[in-house]
Write a protein that binds this ligand. Structure first.
Ligand code: UTP
Length: 292
């Protein structure tokens, strides 16, 4: 029987150099898309997918992420005394269950693969999800990307990677997969390459949501460096492909890369237009600006 996916790793130890100076003293994960920090959006996505325990791999200057998920006693007290009960309720609704979040440090930003490896003791011997917090997802309909990945895991088992189509001239910026047996929404992955230099094997890029088996950890433990001199998760997954099945999920929706200013701006527009309480007014303002 397949083990349930209970835990998700959120690697947040990167330096955010593409988004400086915004990220000099504020972690990019704490920048807001519409009215919630990016990190809250991805935790919402994880809960929707049935995740029970969130594991953050943090680095220096990231303690504000931990604070965001803690009780703010003084603030709650003031809200209560001022009768701002709706705001108080909203704060409390986002508070994780006690003990349902863990934080560990990646002492140096040696790469995404290394960040995932840093969570090995907290994950233990069970399959787990990885969520890249700077990639926000909106579903076309129904549940979001991680839920779609876990559904695919329940069907196929093994390892799952969410992918998204990009224009062929964009593939050199991403990890790209090769497609084997194709079932439509899901397919067998027969290979992958990080930032292909020549012709890419497809136009399907790895988009920041994974379900992985714990056998990835001994591979990451070797600390082999790949593209950019970093310990790459893609290289470890490639090595694991020799022993275990990998399936791709064509995510039915769209991913927004919030790691750069342009991607971040587009994410804000898309999330505002998807927000029922804001969409109409926002659209009217865009019209005033001559955008629509
Ligand atoms: P990115 O490369 O997008 O993030 O890594 P970055 O390193 O913060 O950004 P730039 O390129 O300097 O602008 C993808 C995810 O992996 C995490 C990042 O925090 C991000 O969520 N990461 C990356 C780590 O946790 N540790 C690392 O060593 C590298």
């Amino acid at each position: 029987m397949k083990k349930r996916i209970r835990k998700a790793i959120f690697p947040v130890a990167g330096l955010g150099t593409r988004f400086l100076p915004a990220t000099k003293s504020i972690p990019k994960e704490m920048l807001t898309v519409v009215d919630r920090p990016i990190v809250q959006h991805v935790v919402d996505e994880a809960y929707e997918a049935g995740i029970e325990h969130c594991i953050f791999v943090t680095g220096r200057n990231k303690s504000v992420i931990e604070d965001h998920f803690d009780i703010a006693y003084e603030l709650e007290d003031v809200l209560e005394k001022r009768g701002k009960l709706k705001e108080l309720q909203a704060l409390r609704a986002d508070l994780p269950k006690a003990g349902a979040m863990s934080f560990t440090r990646q002492q140096a930003p040696l790469g995404l693969g290394h960040a995932v490896w840093c969570a090995r003791e907290i994950v233990g011997d069970e399959p787990f999800a990885v969520v890249l917090p700077d990639m926000l997802t909106l579903a076309a309909a129904g549940r979001r990307c991680l839920a779609q990945c876990i559904e695919a895991y329940e069907k196929h088992g093994g390892n799952i990677i969410a992918v998204e189509e990009v224009a062929p001239e964009e593939t050199h910026k991403y990890g790209v997969v090769s497609v084997g047996k194709d079932y439509g929404a899901t397919f067998e992955i027969t290979g992958m390459v990080e930032k292909p230099k020549g012709v890419a094997p497809s136009n399907l890029i790895i988009s920041g949501r994974y379900v992985l088996s714990p056998e990835i950890f001994p591979i990451l433990e070797k600390g082999e460096k790949g593209a950019g001199g970093e310990i790459q998760l893609t290289d470890a997954m490639k090595a694991l492909m020799g022993e275990q099945a990998f399936h791709g999920v064509r995510f039915d929706g769209k991913t927004y890369d919030c790691g750069s200013s342009l991607g971040f701006l587009i994410a804000n527009v898309a999330f505002a237009l998807a927000n029922p309480g804001l969409a109409n007014d926002f659209r009217a303002q865009l019209k005033n600006l001559g955008v629509l």
